[in-house]
Design a protein around this ligand. Structure first.
Ligand code: NCD
Length: 533
């Protein structure tokens, strides 16, 4: 079976850079072949048992039509669903709908656009599991845009277009991202997609209300990109080096509250190109846009259509070619000649429990806890250093959460104290009736009050002492959920999807880390993932 068969593309990083390069090379071969009048049979799936499902739960013209035409190239059976004509209106979950469709087909490929973020990541997992159980072929999923999260197939056509413009020179790119960088999923995918170039200079041009979310700016920097930030085109044109690739995005004011709408005019003005700027643009510059552009207020005005700056028409046509290649890859037709390496599966080191040395002269063993009001424990557990260094009210909230979530309805005493040694506040819970914690409880503890310690006490002596850090992964607990109301795992959507978080690697030791939702990738402070009730 070909290398890419049954794989899914939920975020651009689901293909590593070598795999993306393969896709661009193949698309180039296809586009040139078709232009020369060849039929390119080697790319065509032509398999009666191969079905494509186009589920567009948000509006789309270009993405949907280019996929539909690309499917026709392959001779695939195509079924188009949209939110107005299906059981979604009868409140069926997406998971149930797709389970049913997988059962009808031989091999299947789902192209999904939805308002809910992380939909493809969630479905590719849960449906693959289902297909495996039912002994059905593993379906592939392609994300055709999920909320304001990502748009990986747009990213692939954009990078293909940039590579064509650069005559396939991958050494360096200078690009300006202009417009609504906050809501624009196509620019979010660029935080990783631009890694196809060795050296990347990104200029972000947007007023503060529409600025690129911090998360993606960090990501770009972590990928080694040189990032500059400007609040308007006017300001950008005063800068020293101006990019020769400008990538515009539409203002998605419909996704914004009324407060911002009052400012609509000035926001538009900041990112709309004007005639008077033309003299400041260097020769060879191209403007791109994922389209659609607003017919009344286009950020790339129509007077530019017949100029050399117009790169967006060619860009839009490339969507057809790159999508033929994507279907050929995930449908198992091409890929055997891929020579690059596979992405290694991430290994999680469950390193969150750290054994600490017990000093026989330590303050705990001298029962100095008494001095600060905690009842000495003869046999039981003492959780110490809760929220150390936080404010008093934050520490009380950690204590509350620990008691509630670990269900500690036993005799206990607790409190917030000032450490004599460091002068910092910390919380302590002493539990004379509890003799040990389960692994699950310790894991929860690490995610509710990272860096606390647990002392196990027998006959008034500490026999074991551990420090608990933030766990690298946390899932399968009823009390956690993603705070993004548009995330596919949000309980209010009633999809059977288990909330799941990864610890971000940004905080070096895990002490300052965040939890990232596996599906929508929203970063959370560790406290945020826990329910309040
Ligand atoms: C974009 C999208 O839907 O994210 N368009 C597209 O896919 N061609 C951009 C947009 O809606 O502004």
């Amino acid at each position: 079976m070909a290398f890419f068969s049954g794989r899914s593309l939920s975020i651009i990083n689901d293909l590593n850079v070598e795999e993306q390069w393969y896709l661009y090379q193949k698309t180039r071969e296809l586009k040139e072949g078709l232009a020369a009048g060849k039929t390119m049979e080697d790319f065509r799936i032509k398999d009666e048992d191969f079905s494509m499902y186009l589920l567009f739960l948000e509006d789309s013209t270009r993405t949907k039509e280019s996929f539909r035409n690309a499917a026709a190239f392959h001779g695939a059976r195509v079924n188009v669903f949209d939110s107005t004509h299906s059981s979604f209106n009868k409140k069926e979950s997406l998971t149930d709908t797709i389970k049913m469709l997988v059962g009808y087909a031989g091999r299947s490929l789902f192209i999904i656009r939805s308002k809910q973020e992380g939909t493809c990541t969630a479905l590719s997992e849960s449906i693959s599991e289902y297909a495996h159980k039912q002994k059905l072929p593993t379906p592939a999923f392609i994300n055709a845009g999920d909320g304001k999260h990502e748009h990986p197939t747009q990213e692939l056509l954009d990078e293909f277009t940039f590579l064509e413009k650069k005559n396939w020179d991958r050494s360096i790119i200078r690009i300006a991202l202009v417009g609504d960088l906050f809501h624009g999923r196509t620019v979010h995918s660029k935080a990783d997609g631009l890694r196809i170039f060795d050296e990347v200079h990104v200029d972000l041009v947007a007023p503060p209300e529409l600025a690129m979310p911090e998360y993606y700016v960090h990501r770009m920097k972590a990928n080694g990109f040189k990032v500059r930030i400007f609040t308007s085109i006017e300001e950008y044109l005063e800068a020293k080096e101006i990019a020769d690739i400008w990538y515009y995005t539409r203002l998605q004011l419909e996704r914004m509250g009324e407060k911002v709408l009052d400012k609509a005019e000035s926001l538009r003005k900041a990112v709309t190109f004007q005639k008077k700027y033309l003299s400041k643009i260097q020769d060879g510059t191209k403007f791109y846009h994922p389209l659609p552009r607003h017919r009344e207020y286009p950020v790339v005005p129509t007077f530019l259509d017949h100029t050399e700056l117009n790169g967006w028409d060619e860009q839009s046509m490339n969507g057809y070619f790159t999508r033929i290649t994507e279907i050929a890859m995930f449908g198992g037709k091409i890929g055997d000649d891929f020579k690059g390496s596979e992405t290694a599966k991430e290994v999680f080191n469950d390193d969150f429990i750290e054994e600490l040395e017990i000093h026989s002269s330590s303050s705990e063993n001298k029962k100095t806890d008494m001095k600060i009001g905690i009842r000495p424990v003869e046999n039981g557990l003492v959780i110490d250093h809760i929220g150390k260094g936080n404010t008093i009210s934050q520490i009380w909230s950690h204590i509350d959460k620990i008691r509630r979530i670990l269900n500690l309805n036993t005799v206990a005493s607790h409190g917030v104290y000032k450490s004599n040694r460091t002068g910092l506040y910390k919380g302590i819970i002493s539990l004379p009736e509890i003799n040990d914690f389960s692994d699950t409880d310790v894991k929860k503890l690490g995610a509710i009050a990272p860096e606390c310690t647990v002392n196990i006490i027998r006959d008034s002596k500490i026999i074991r002492k551990v420090r608990v850090h933030m766990p690298p992964r946390i899932y399968n607990f009823d009390e956690i959920s993603c705070r993004n109301e548009n995330c596919i795992s949000n309980p209010e959507l009633h999809e059977p999807i288990v909330p799941y978080f990864f610890r971000s690697n940004q905080g070096s030791s895990g002490t300052t880390g965040e939890f990232i939702c596996k599906y929508c990738e929203k970063p959370h402070q560790f406290q945020e993932i826990w329910s309040d009730k």
